[in-house]
Each structure stands twice: as C-alpha cells, then as structure tokens.
Write a protein that binds this ligand. Sequence first.
Ligand SMILES: [Zn+2]
Length: 167
Amino acid sequence: MPNLPYLAHYPEELKAQVRQLLTEDRLGEMLDKKYPTRHDIRTDKALYDYVSDVKTRFMRSTEPLSKVVFDNSLQIIKKALGTHTTVSRVQGGKLKSKREIRVASLFKTAPLEFLHMIVVHELAHLKEREHDKAFYQLCLHMEPNYHQLEFDLRLYLTQMEMDVGSP
Ligand SMILES: [Zn+2]
C-alpha cells in the first residue's frame, strides 16, 4: 500500500479513501474529470504575466515582482512546489528589495487550478512569511477554494508519483 507522503497530515479515514481509489486505479480519472482545463502558460514570460495579473487584482499595494520563473530544480519530493525570496540591498543610498517567485516546472502541464493555487500561495508569502492564520486568510481571499485545491493538488502529486513509479 502506498504511504501517501503528500497526505501525511490528513485524517486516516481520508487516506483510506485515497488508497481505495488508487487500488481501483480511479484517482487519475477522477482528477481529469474534475480538472479538465489545461493552460498554455509555458514560458517564464507567460508565467510572469499571469502572476502579475493575480497580484494586481489582490495585492496592488506590494512592490512589483523582479522575477517569476519556472524552476526545473524544485523537487516535489522535497515538498518545495514554489519558492519566494526577497533580497534587500542598499543601492545608491536606498534600500531596494528584489522579489522573486519560482514555480516548479511540473505546473507547466498541471491543470490551471493547481498552477493558480501555487501562485496564490507564493504571492501570499510576500506579505505573510509563516503558514499561520493570517497567511491562509490571505490565500482564501485570493482563492476561496484554496483548501480544496491544495488537497486535490496533493492527490494529483500522489497520482503523478504512481505514474512515474509504474513500468
Ligand atoms: Zn509556503
């Protein structure tokens, strides 16, 4: 039985249901039905534009992003689906900060909803560093379905790992 690393913190009962779906080979099909929409955000430029749009809608007051890229080196195994950094440096007597968001390359081919969820997550980190209540409130403000999407993304990753693991 798969040990479901992406669902480690979810209740046992839920995990049992997921194992059942995996055993019956129905998880992939279920996700395809629920999330049939693919997107064509393939380049860093397209990703930058997409993230900037979401940011403009919800977080206008924060500084512009310096860089937004897909990153091949982000490993889903290590649970890093995206990263965000703010580098501050003094430039000409002024404190300037560079804000960067990196999104794991696997989202190029994932359903749009999952890309959206990870973008919302990393944008929220521009304001809230920790995964605390304020952080999740901001996520929910940007995406009311945030928690469901996060759960379904974990299912998607679980399914992906199954596909990679099978001959
Ligand atoms: Zn985070």
